[in-house]
Design a protein around this ligand. Structure first.
Ligand SMILES: Cc1cc2nc3c(=O)[nH]c(=O)nc-3n(C[C@H](O)[C@H](O)[C@H](O)COP(=O)(O)O)c2cc1C
Length: 325
């Protein structure tokens, strides 16, 4: 069985983590990943303190295994952050601070609450800054991933981050969807992987069935990086683009971002309605290039055990054959 030191650090069985994914998170999916021996996580960024308490309680009803609560630091709500700390989650999972934001107060308060800290970085500089501020684990996220990503591909970024932040352990993210990806990440020096898109196509994922089907139908070539979803949402991210499915909505506004800004409220209202209705042409689904590797909608726990099993098979049976004795 593949087991790395980060498993002991985070008290998990398999070095496989779920990314906190805002409204695409659910207690059922979080609990399923943790129950299977991975590290579940719940996106708390847009939640009120009451919602965080309710969803954490719902997750704890389904599992007593560790899981993380995820916050985007660049516009974190103090009341929601404080509510999360009061719940003493095993892990506080952070991402996307502003470059001028001091990470230490958030990390120190999390440590005082007994939490381990993971911080997702898309550049070496950001990874080093988080490690120096006391993060227990760095997530190095490549631009292949779904949702908000930076500019560096996972292949060069991961070993660069590993070299820069060692001995702090690194999880690899962005484009990982199976056991081959886990083994590749280990070869690059990471101690495990964090996945988003793969879990969106799971039984417990809260996505509308049409969006799950769009992931299955994707060959991985139909995503693009764009600021259009954030312009529509009226949010300025510190240096991120969104990787989402290229659809009619994106094509309508590409090159006319100024016009989208002018008509933002109306466009955003339509986009929300499209999400509710499962209209894949009018809501740009955040998904990674690894959608091309995803062909089924299993329970989230099965995804964890399948990745662990595949990695084990590759390491114990396939790769040793390449070693000359
Ligand atoms: C729909 C969606 C929403 C996401 N929301 C968040 C979020 O709120 N916080 C966060 O840290 N990462 C978020 N991410 C990024 C994931 O944590 C992870 O880094 C990414 O999905 C990895 O790439 P993959 O999709 O190829 O697995 C999101 C990703 C997706 C697909």
């Amino acid at each position: 069985m593949v087991r790395t030191p980060v498993c002991d650090l985070l008290d998990i069985e398999h070095p496989i983590a779920l990314g906190g994914m805002g409204s695409a998170s659910s207690p059922a999916m979080t609990a399923a990943v943790s129950r299977a021996g991975g590290l579940g996580a719940m996106g708390c960024h847009y939640l009120t303190p009451d919602q965080i308490r309710e969803r954490t309680a719902a997750t704890r009803k389904e599992t007593n295994k560790p899981f993380g609560l995820n916050f985007l630091l660049f516009d974190v709500r103090e009341d929601s952050f404080a509510a999360a700390l009061d719940l003493r989650p095993a892990v506080m999972q952070f991402a996307w601070a502003r470059p001028d934001q001091d990470l230490k107060p958030y990390f120190d308060r999390s440590h005082e609450a007994g939490c381990k800290i993971t911080y997702m970085a898309s550049t070496v500089k950001e990874a080093v800054r988080a490690a120096e501020a006391g993060a227990d684990v760095i997530v190095a996220q490549g631009s292949e991933g779904g949702g908000h990503v930076g500019w560096m591909g996972a292949m060069p970024l991961i070993p660069m981050v590993v070299d820069a932040v060692g001995p702090v352990p690194v999880l690899a993210a962005g484009g990982f969807a199976d056991g081959r990806g886990l083994v590749a990440a280990l070869a690059l020096g990471a101690q495990g992987i964090l996945l988003g898109t793969r879990f969106l196509a799971s039984v417990e994922s809260p996505l509308h069935p049409n969006f799950k089907q769009a992931i299955l139908d994707s060959d991985g070539h139909d995503t693009q990086l764009s600021e259009i979803p954030d312009i529509a949402a009226g949010q300025v991210w510190p240096g991120a683009m969104t990787r989402s499915r290229r659809n009619r909505f994106i094509e309508r506004w590409a090159g006319r971002e100024w016009f989208l800004r002018q008509n933002r409220a109306e466009a955003h209202a339509k986009l929300r309605a499209a999400r509710e209705a499962g209209d894949i042409d009018e809501d740009p689904l955040s998904m990674g290039q690894d959608a091309g590797l995803i062909n089924d909608i299993p329970p989230a726990g099965e995804i964890v055990s399948r990745i662990a099993r595949e990695a084990d098979e590759i390491l114990s049976a396939r790769l040793p054959k390449f070693l000359k004795t």
